[in-house]
Design a protein around this ligand. Structure first.
Ligand SMILES: [Zn+2]
Length: 105
């Protein structure tokens, strides 16, 4: 899906937007080694993208656990549902001018 020229990276590397738009492929291991290296380089210098990655992973994990269990002992909290939906919306429409879109540098 992604080839080594996914990013039009400049001298400062890729941007937060590049990271966020390819985060799902990164987590799924679908990126090329070059692209993974670019993202990891960015994550090493950008705390906000690390936070975004961690919150996204937490949402994915929570959703996976909810789906694995046919009868969860407790209902999912509303704020968790909202967090998952928000993360999904961000990835389904990465170019939408959403108020929840993370800032670009
Ligand atoms: Zn960033």
């Amino acid at each position: 899906m992604f080839n080594p020229s996914t990013f039009k990276s400049g001298p400062d590397g890729i941007t937060c937007r590049d990271v966020i738009e390819t985060l799902m492929a990164y987590i799924d291991g679908e990126l090329s080694p070059h692209d993974r290296a670019e993202i990891e380089k960015h994550l090493s210098i950008c705390r906000s993208c690390v936070n975004y990655l961690e919150s996204y992973r937490a949402s994915v994990r929570a959703a996976a656990e909810a789906m694995r269990s046919h009868s969860p002992p407790t209902p999912m909290p509303d704020d968790l549902v909202r967090a998952i939906l928000k993360a999904r919306n961000t990835f389904d429409r990465p170019d939408a001018s959403s108020p929840n879109a993370p800032p670009t540098p």
